[in-house]
Design a protein. Structure first.
Lengths: 478, 448
């Protein structure tokens, strides 16, 4: 039986034994990995996670089961297991689960690599990463580059999604990722650590776009100076230019996550937590007119790219905050039914073993009109935080903290040396209400967003321009 | 079934060897698992998994390849093995390479890790969910959320260095519940065990519910330096970071503050002892053999405040000129189960030692600015109480602990006598530990 036939069989069999709704997903994740430390190859990795996951609705209760045995018999067993579990707990449901009507996709799509993974030999890829070490390790003059770990990955995600409401989506998305961990050490000044991820959908063309050597050599130069020369941040309230890398994380954490409708309804309450956004808060003012945050799965080349979600609904940009008000949540078909709206295609799953849950894709703050120099020019005293290491946010997504790594003192519109570990600790409302000017250059950053139980990590981009906040008291590290 | 798995594992070894790999290890996990996820005091989904996954460790000319695949038949292992051979012929000799160990004494799988209660509950997890929800609602809570996760796992290991195929069966229960009461009250507790004991699940539900009720009507306090009593949930989270950093691989990768110390150095309060305890049959990652087929053993990571053991597999041990500690991970040595030596205090007595401080019952999102220095912050969640003159006086609002891990360890001043078995999202390594009093902890909070 072919894969497509197995998926369709799963849906049909679930309906035949009493499911009110059935969805089956063949899902294959293939990955190849290389890990180097200080220019030496520690080893290679390879992974294939492949199987079928089946989700059913029976008497208003959800059941999910999966298997990696791709036979008709095995699929029959998991379908029956999913139906049996759903039926068993339907007696406990106070409010039966229903799905909103939705336009179902029937399509095939794939991301085409401009440069295919096999257009470069493994030898060449290893050489590239070794050359990276050779260049970066020579960069710092007074401090030692104690560790540079680079982990390079090529991944392909293939799916066939079908459901009993008529969806049929076949997709293939290749992705590329480079993670690095840099430790700079100085006998008197201690250590500084930078960890970062580059990721995108597509192929080896991204290696050219990332300009790895320039990027990492540049970072090593800067971080050496940070380690050697950075001073404590000012104690009094100052203007803060929040760099796009930090803005991206902020909008992901304090707009994207609280806008997940399943979280708003309490479905993730024991894990990733709740949301300060409660049902009925569409229109709530969270910030000023500069606060527009969009989540868009359809950005070409993005790490979180998809055209249809795992419930078969066509994707589109979602305006989560619009000109300072809560505008739209991220929905799947269940939450859409409760909120009386249409699903905006936010259901994603990590692999065949995972149920589809509401996820972000590529979340960003809408750019404005300011050049970086214009953001700087009327700052009398301030701090520019370009990159970060430590961060966290509370479980309602209200109180958050970001600790700068590459950060500068600003005096009279000019950058004046480095600031060590400035702490931006701020509420969501204060951040979005204090954005005074927005840069025009939109940049994206890659991450693996975690949620669910069992935890699911899905690729996302987050980004934005640089923004300026007025009159913020920064903290220092203990 | 078990014979089939052994046969299957052997065939994979043979295949990899016949393809040209000189050293091979195969770790097969056959897992049957079900989980009820609870939200708003009802199941939100019940999930079931039936999975066979195969981990492959392959060496050709000292080049190391590690893979995880899920073939549905032996034939399907062909393609990955061929793919891996291509990779192996390209990558270079690994600086981590050491031959797979051939232990003088062949390890023995641990017996008694299977609880029939867990096996039965896998087929019907909903009744347990109903029970914990009911118990929590005996307190005045509005709703609860959580997870009951049950698994039966067969772990099969074969390597080209040991004669026998090792087979170990175990069961696992991981459960946690978060209760909500009123506008702002919430509490959470967790349990990780190889066994299903309904009374312990009920205790978990009761603790979460009581903390939820007691933490209603919170007030703000200013951040500063406080003496803090950390619950096992919170201390367990921090110790997961500490224990992972005791892995030689983490030190090698620049991800550990232990690089600043050598075994024998005083790094913590003399009151503090932390064990890696794979032989504790009640904790979910208990095992008689590691992923290289070496017998596991219980050992102190920190004993009476002294750094005792770096966790090794044969590769990191060879690199550091020492012996494996039975903690493989083919690439990264990892702790199995953590156990903190109990102290003498009842919880009330620990609180009684605090003039002005805080009881923190839960946290999440621990992140580090710098692993080599152990500089971190974590945000508290759920019940948090102000302690004044040795007594809890009021529930308070969230703040962060923002400090250094070595300083936290050094400032431990008292440990509870009752131990709790904790495992959940933020405590992935099963950890048995008490409440702990830490002096002079730095806290922070948003400034605007």
């Amino acid at each position: 039986m072919g894969l497509e036939d197995l998926v369709l069989y799963a849906v049909d069999h679930a309906l035949s034994i009493g499911a009110d709704y059935a969805e089956a997903r063949y899902h294959k994740n293939t990955s190849t990995e290389l890990m180097l430390r200080n220019g030496m190859v520690l080893g290679g990795g390879y992974g294939v996670v492949e199987g079928i996951g089946v989700r059913v609705l029976v008497n208003g209760a959800l059941g999910f089961a999966s298997t990696n045995k791709l036979t008709r018999e095995s699929i029959r067993e998991v379908v029956e297991k999913a139906v049996e579990y759903a039926r068993a707990h339907s007696k406990l449901m106070k409010k039966p689960i229903e799905f909103a009507e939705a336009r179902m996709g029937r399509a095939r799509y794939s991301v085409v690599e401009a440069k295919k993974f096999d257009s470069m030999s493994l030898d060449e890829k290893i050489r590239l990463l070794k050359d990276l070490w050779n260049s970066v390790s020579k960069t710092p003059k007074e401090v030692k580059l104690a560790v540079l770990v680079t982990t390079y990955s090529e991944m392909v995600e293939e799916k066939i999604v079908a459901n009993s409401d008529g969806a049929f989506i076949e997709s293939r998305v290749p992705r590329i990722r480079l993670m690095y961990n840099m430790v700079l050490a100085h006998p008197q000044k201690g250590t500084l650590q930078r960890m970062h991820v580059l990721g995108a959908s597509g192929g080896l063309e991204w290696l050219d776009k990332w300009k790895l050597t320039d990027r990492l050599v540049g970072e090593a130069e800067v971080y050496e100076k940070v380690l050697l020369t950075a001073k404590e941040p000012p104690r009094e309230p100052v203007d803060v230019i929040v760099g796009s890398e930090v803005v991206g994380l902020i909008v992901h954490e304090s707009c994207g996550h609280p806008s997940e409708a399943d979280r708003i309804l309490g479905r993730e309450a024991a894990q990733a937590g709740m949301s300060f956004i409660k049902p009925g808060m569409i229109g709530y003012r969270i910030g000023n007119e500069n606060a527009t945050v969009i989540d868009d799965p359809t950005i070409p080349g993005s790490y979180g790219y998809y055209l249809y979600d795992d419930e078969g609904v066509p994707a589109r940009p979602r305006y989560l905050y619009r000109e300072g008000v809560v505008y739209e949540h991220l929905h799947n078909r269940w939450t859409a039914k409760i909120f009386g709206v249409e699903s905006n295609a936010s259901a994603r799953s990590m692999d065949y073993r995972s149920e589809p849950i509401i996820r972000m894709a590529n979340t960003y703050l809408k750019p404005g009109n300011y050049s970086f120099d214009e953001l700087l020019e009327d700052v009398k005293k301030g701090v520019y935080i370009k990159s970060y290491m430590e961060w966290n946010i509370d479980d309602t997504r209200w109180s958050q903290r970001y600790v700068g790594l590459e950060a500068y003192l600003i005096e009279n519109g000019e950058l004046k040396g480095y600031v060590r570990n400035p702490v931006l600790e701020i509420t969501t409302k204060a951040f979005y209400s204090n954005i005074d000017a927005v840069g025009k250059e939109l940049r994206f950053y890659a991450g693996l967003c975690g949620k669910g139980e069992p935890a699911q990590g899905v690729p996302v981009w987050f980004g934005g321009p640089d923004v300026r906040l007025r009159n913020i008291r920064l903290g220092v590290m203990a | 079934m078990k014979e089939e798995l052994v046969e299957y594992t052997r065939k994979i070894i043979d295949k990899a060897v016949s393809e040209g790999f000189s050293e091979v290890a195969v770790l097969l996990l056959n897992e049957k698992r079900s989980m009820v996820k609870i939200a708003n005091s009802e199941p939100s989904v019940v999930q079931h998994w039936s999975t066979i996954s195969v981990g492959l460790y392959l060496v050709k000319d000292k080049r190391i390849i590690v893979a995880r695949v899920e073939p549905s038949s032996i034939e399907q292992i062909d393609k990955p093995v061929k793919e891996l051979l291509k990779i192996a012929s390209r990558v270079e000799e690994s600086p981590l390479y050491a031959p797979l160990p051939k232990p003088e004494k062949e390890p023995k799988p641990l017996e008694g890790l299977v609880d029939e209660g867990v096996v039965r509950a896998i087929e019907n997890p909903v009744d347990l969910a109903e029970r914990v929800v009911e118990v929590a609602h005996r307190e005045k809570v509005d709703r609860v959320a959580g997870t009951i996760d049950l698994a039966y796992i067969t772990r099969v290991l074969a390597t080209t260095a040991i004669g026998n195929v090792l087979v170990e069966d175990s069961t696992r229960l991981q459960a946690y519940l978060r209760a909500f009461a009123g506008e702002d009250g919430s509490g959470q507790w967790a349990l990780g065990s190889t066994r299903l004991d309904t009374r312990r699940l009920e205790e978990m539900a009761s603790i979460a519910a009581r903390y939820a009720v007691e933490s209603r009507n919170r007030v703000e306090i200013e951040p500063g330096v406080y003496d803090i009593v950390l619950s096992p949930m919170v201390f367990g989270n921090l110790l997961n970071y500490v224990a992972n950093m005791a892995s030689a691989f983490m030190m090698f990768m620049g991800m550990s503050f232990f690089v600043n110390y050598k075994p024998g150095a005083s790094i913590a309060s003399t009151k503090f002892t932390l064990l890696d305890d794979p032989l504790n049959k009640e904790l979910p990652r208990a095992t008689g053999f590691d992923d290289e087929g070496v017998s596991t053993r219980t050992k102190p990571i920190i004993e009476d405040g002294v750094f005792k053991t770096i966790l090794h597999n044969s590769k990191t041990a060879s690199k550091m000129n020492t012996e494996t500690t039975g903690n493989a991970g083919w690439i990264m040595p990892t702790p199995w189960n953590l156990v903190v030596r109990a102290g003498d205090y009842k919880l009330d007595e620990l609180i009684g030692e605090v003039k002005k401080g805080i009881l923190v019952t839960n946290n999440w999102y621990t992140r580090l600015q710098n692993y080599v220095e152990g500089q971190f912050s974590t945000i508290t969640r759920d019940a948090l109480f102000l302690i004044e003159d040795g007594r809890i006086t009021k529930p308070i609002n969230k703040l962060r602990i923002a400090d250094k891990l070595p300083r936290i360890l050094s400032n431990i001043d008292g440990l509870g006598r009752d131990l709790y078995d904790i495992q959940w999202w933020e405590v992935r390594i099963p950890t048995r530990l008490p409440y702990v009093l830490v002096r002079q902890v730095h806290t922070s909070k948003h400034t605007v």
